[in-house]
Design a protein around this ligand. Structure first.
Ligand code: LMR
Length: 395
């Protein structure tokens, strides 16, 4: 049967990760896949997570099954972290999922069960795995205008005009904060306008929040999703702990829904659990147990929040540093937007050929859509990176 299969085109982010690993040049710089790196170029395990792990190692007495919903205390803690009481708890349900991608998949399948072939609007551009996840659930993907490469800001009016023409029941995928790949986010007034439009037109928000705490702070980064939750009858949320707890390979995420009342929330949740059962049966326990314990223990939580703040501040400093180096090297303000944006990613606005030259001539790896991972920048080589960028753009 396999003879009919052709090789699948590689995922561009994962392919870049593999190419970087194979590159033997000393001093190569990885601005590709979205993992945080500290000043030493290491993706560290957070101190609070390590402490929780040591405690768990001692305290855990069984490895028996947890069930398709995963750990209930983890799910409740994630509901609090993201929504902080923005909706009454009887309307909110959540389950553990294998990473943010797992949560997206559970929720995409849920949409397909509720409305087969539903239209899901995604931002132009969006994370390259959104399309495949939605397509795997046979949902129709439509694009709404979002990013303006010329200004490094949003095409907000065009976005609202496009979504103003969407049909009632259409789903709209929004990035909760730290938009991937552009780093350009809605401000709180714009979130309010989005909530109003969705309410008027009967649109259903599907929020992917994978970087809470990486932009302005834990509460600031969730302000948008909380504004939607306060205004709308239904909401889907995929939350990832990969980045803000740095537990990437443990695969920790939460799939959450807000329904209009408790009975609909219960029925919807039972569908989510049956989707989980039919996919992976039950989510992996270890990483979620660590997140649960960090969030539940006052001391560990304080430690984690301090580490998260340091992570965020380092990325903000790197943004400022790179923008400044590029201003000097290019003698222009073309890249000033880097300092205004937030989170792990920005798009430099270089062509595909220029990005390939960066990789081939300077061993600097960026995604071909010109996305760079800010956290991959070595603090002491910002001038060198800026010089290379200016060399490939001929500046
Ligand atoms: C990224 O966008 O680089 C990360 O979310 C990692 C991934 O799975 O693509």
């Amino acid at each position: 049967m396999f003879e009919v299969l052709q090789p699948s085109p590689p995922d561009k982010i994962l392919a870049l990760m593999a190419a970087f690993r194979e590159d033997e040049r000393a001093g190569k710089i990885d601005l590709g896949v979205g993992v945080y790196k500290d000043a030493q170029g290491v993706t560290p395990i957070m101190g609070a997570v390590k402490a929780a792990e040591a405690r768990l190692h001692q305290a855990q007495t069984t490895k028996t099954y947890v069930g398709p919903a995963g750990d209930k205390d983890f799910a409740a803690a994630m509901g609090d972290l993201v929504l902080a009481g923005a909706v009454p708890s009887e309307r909110l349900r959540g389950c553990q999922a294998p990473g943010g991608s797992g949560a997206l998949r559970v929720l995409a399948e849920l949409i397909a069960r509720a409305k087969p072939g539903a239209k899901v609007w995604v931002s132009d551009p969006t994370w390259p795995n959104h399309g495949p996840i939605l397509a795997a659930c046979r949902l129709e993907v439509e694009v709404y205008p979002y990013f303006d490469p010329a200004s490094g800001g949003l095409r907000f009016d065009e976005m609202m005009a496009a979504l103003g023409k969407a049909n009632a029941g259409d789903v709209v995928l929004l990035h909760g904060c730290c938009h991937n790949p552009t780093g350009a986010d809605l401000d709180i007034d714009q979130w309010g306008e989005v909530a109003k439009l969705f309410s008027q037109r009967g649109l259903v928000p599907f929020v992917d929040i994978a970087y809470q705490g990486f932009g302005g702070g834990l509460d600031e980064d969730a302000a948008g999703v909380r504004a939607l939750a306060g205004e709308l009858p239904e909401l889907l949320i995929a939350a990832s702990c990969s980045k803000n707890f740095a537990v990437y390979r443990e695969r920790v995420g939460a799939a959450m829904i807000v329904a209009c009342d408790a009975a609909q929330a219960d029925a919807t949740f039972s569908q989510m659990l049956s989707i989980a059962r039919a996919n992976y049966s039950m989510p992996p326990d270890h990483g979620a147990a660590l997140v649960r314990d960090v969030l539940a223990d006052a001391g560990l939580r304080t430690e984690w929040e301090a580490e998260l703040k340091a992570t965020r501040e380092r990325m903000i400093a790197l943004r400022g540093g790179l923008a400044e180096a590029l201003r000097r090297q290019s003698n222009s303000d073309r890249f000033d937007f880097l300092a205004r944006q937030r989170g792990m990613f920005s798009q430099l606005g270089l062509t595909r050929d220029e990005i390939i030259r960066l990789r081939e001539e300077f061993a600097i790896y960026a995604v071909e859509d010109s996305r760079i991972n800010i956290a991959g920048l070595p603090d002491d080589r910002l001038d060198e990176v800026a010089k290379a960028i200016c060399a490939v753009i001929g500046g």
